[in-house]
Write a protein that binds this ligand. Structure first.
Ligand code: HEM
Length: 347
């Protein structure tokens, strides 16, 4: 039995884009590929109208009886301890495997990692895990080709914008120690990317497949690359555009703020409440207002800015009206986010 170091899933059990038996896409010639350009990224451009709402697969998790979206995942999760012990004799990772597919019947590293993640994540920890993924990947800058999904967040926890993320890293660290006991192929970047995906699924959002094989950076990314919360819409668009993301992707990824305590519905349910609340503009409510009123505490300045921008508002309206569309587009944008700026083991 071999573990596939880079395979995300077999094509047999994911009813998503990854199941299509397409030939492997040509590799981007750049050593440090941003995977954000059309020729690098295999996802459709998000501006393309969603082909089918049925292509997104939402999973439910009640905290105790999670079965995952598909039976095989559930089987793998339940047999993970066995697979982990077998993994000790499976150090020869299959580096020839396609990043997109594992050969049929091969043990799936991703399932093992996800099983470990499910032991350390809870709904209460989901928001932190998803934010962690953005703070690792969101440092990418196309201008100087620095930053991105490279695990360097581990070296940047003392930065003010990363306040509180040490708790998420500590939780994921437990999973990493367990995984490190049986094989050495899971980088921090991979683990954080998978943790953000698990966090979304845990809270009822779409199931997002994550490709493995990222290499961790050995030094911190340049400072000041994450967008500040005080930015207006124009600067947010510019910031995201410098990371290779469109305005639509800015709006759909900002929907992650549906998790956490900023007042966009339940803090532990991943849904389209973010957009519905944005349209209500509760922070602009009539008196009583004031610095401590509940309505002024909803969202952060960058959230408020999005709804005042015509282009962003168009997408906010779409996602407020159509949760499946939000899930589908979020899934694609998240995959792009966690591939942004990554260096790959087999590149
Ligand atoms: C558009 C630019 C963004 C800005 C300026 C921004 C800024 C912030 C700020 C200031 C917080 C509050 C942190 C706190 O409570 O101390 C926050 C929370 C959060 N952010 Fe963002 N963010 C942005 C985009 C994103 C993206 C793209 C994602 C993920 C895809 C994300 C995920 C989260 C999550 C899940 C939380 C809640 C964390 C928690 O409650 O523990 N954010 N963000």
């Amino acid at each position: 039995m071999t573990l596939s170091s880079t395979a995300a899933f077999t094509g047999r059990f994911l009813p998503c884009d990854a199941t299509r038996a397409e030939p492997r896409r040509p590799r981007c010639p750049r050593v440090r590929c941003c995977r954000a350009l059309p020729e690098c990224f295999d996802g459709e451009r998000l501006e393309t109208p969603s082909s089918s709402s049925g292509s997104s697969s939402s999973s439910s998790w009640d905290g105790s009886s999670y079965r995952g979206p598909y039976g095989r995942r559930a089987f793998l999760a339940s047999t993970a301890p066995l697979l982990l012990s077998l993994g000790a004799s499976s150090r020869s990772l299959n580096s020839n495997a396609s990043p997109e597919y594992a050969p049929e019947g091969e043990t799936d590293l991703t399932s093992i990692v996800r099983a470990e993640l499910r032991k350390v994540l809870s709904k209460a920890k989901a928001a932190g895990a998803l934010r962690l993924a953005f703070h690792d990947a969101g440092t990418f800058d196309m201008n100087d080709n620095t930053g991105g999904m490279n695990g360097s967040i581990i070296l940047e926890l003392d930065r003010p914008e990363n306040a509180g993320l040490n708790r998420s890293v500590k939780a994921l660290g437990k999973a990493k120690s367990e995984l490190d006991k049986v094989q050495d192929s899971v980088s921090w970047a991979d683990l954080i990317a998978a943790a953000g995906s698990e966090a979304v699924a845990l809270c009822g959002g779409p199931f997002i497949p994550v490709q493995f094989g990222r290499v961790d950076a050995s030094s911190p990314d340049p400072e000041g690359k994450l967008p500040e919360e005080t930015l207006g819409a124009a600067d947010l668009k510019k910031s995201f555009s410098e990371k290779g993301f469109t305005t639509q992707e800015l709006v759909v990824l900002s929907g992650a703020h549906t998790l956490g305590g900023k007042g966009f519905g339940s803090p532990v349910i991943f849904d389209n409440a973010y957009y519905k609340v944005l349209l209500e503009r509760p922070w602009a409510a009539a008196p009583p207002t004031g610095p401590s009123s509940m309505s002024t505490m909803i969202g952060i300045q960058s959230d408020h800015a999005l709804v005042e921008d015509t282009e962003c508002l168009r997408w906010i309206n779409i996602y407020a009206a159509d949760q499946e569309r939000f899930f589908d587009d979020f899934k694609k944008a998240y995959i792009k986010l966690v591939n942004t700026g990554a260096s790959w083991r087999d590149a």
